[in-house]
Design a protein around this ligand. Structure first.
Ligand SMILES: Nc1nc2c(ncn2[C@@H]2O[C@H](COP(=O)(O)OP(=O)(O)OP(=O)(O)O)[C@@H](O)[C@H]2O)c(=O)[nH]1
Ligand SMILES: [Mg+2]
Length: 201
């Protein structure tokens, strides 16, 4: 699959601001600065659809991107950003919960982790949470350009083991910088959308 058209459809901090549940959605979750917005730009082929920043905490809202008039990619605000206050962190939690637990048309949450590091406690928690809601199963290892190809298999195994991924779950190494790995993610998304269509016919 290729994404030919994409546009920012809604920016939300609460459910009343979400777009209608008329299209299936795939969300991107992961710690702040892991590369969610960059990945969105990569797969849509748009340089600046989503704002990317060197300073963590850039995306503070839930951003809905309409793709091919067929589905949405939802860029979720990152977690694990040290410099936020407790009240901000509580707001983040409530905002995520409202979306992840209440959204009927949410098919899957792609979790992003940095290929260079062992997934953090928060990454593990997030993945557990996604498992509970049956939204887990697809992980993207970001910034794949930052490690050598020899280290890659080991890094991916570390991610699988630490997150407690099962046999059927997949981890896709991607570099938004080198523009590699996006085909596999797009094919996976296509597969999910076909399953969804099949079920909702
Ligand atoms: N080398 C390299 N850098 C990347 C890659 N993807 C993202 N980055 C860099 O990582 C930083 C954060 O990227 P973002 O896409 O803004 O990360 P985010 O997950 O959206 O961050 P928040 O919005 O704060 O949650 C930026 O400086 C990007 O240029 C990649 O594949 N390779
Ligand atoms: Mg972002």
């Amino acid at each position: 699959m290729k994404i030919n058209t994409s546009e920012l459809e809604a920016v939300a901090v609460k459910a009343s601001q979400y777009p209608p549940e008329d299209l299936p959605e795939i969300a991107f979750a992961g710690r702040s600065n892991v590369g969610k917005s960059s990945l969105l730009n990569l797969i849509t082929g748009r340089k600046a659809l989503a704002r990317v920043s060197g300073s963590p905490g850039k995306t503070r809202t839930i951003n809905f991107y309409r793709c091919n008039d067929r589905f949405r990619i939802v860029d979720l605000p990152g977690y694990g950003y040290a410099k936020i206050s407790r009240s901000e962190s509580e707001k983040w939690g409530a905002m995520m919960e409202a979306y992840l637990e209440g959204r009927e048309n949410l098919i899957k949450v792609v979790q992003l982790v940095d290929i260079r590091h062992k997934p953090s406690e928060q990454d593990v928690q997030m993945y557990e949470y996604l498992k509970y809601f049956e939204l887990d199963g697809i992980v993207v290892a970001t910034k794949a350009d930052k490690i050598g190809s020899n280290e890659r298999a080991k890094a991916l195994r570390m991610i699988e083991d630490t997150l407690g991924m099962s046999e059927d779950d997949i981890v896709i190494p991607i570099s938004s910088l080198k523009r590699s790995g996006d085909d596999e993610l797009l094919d996976t998304i296509e597969f999910l959308l076909e399953q969804w269509d099949e079920f909702h016919k």
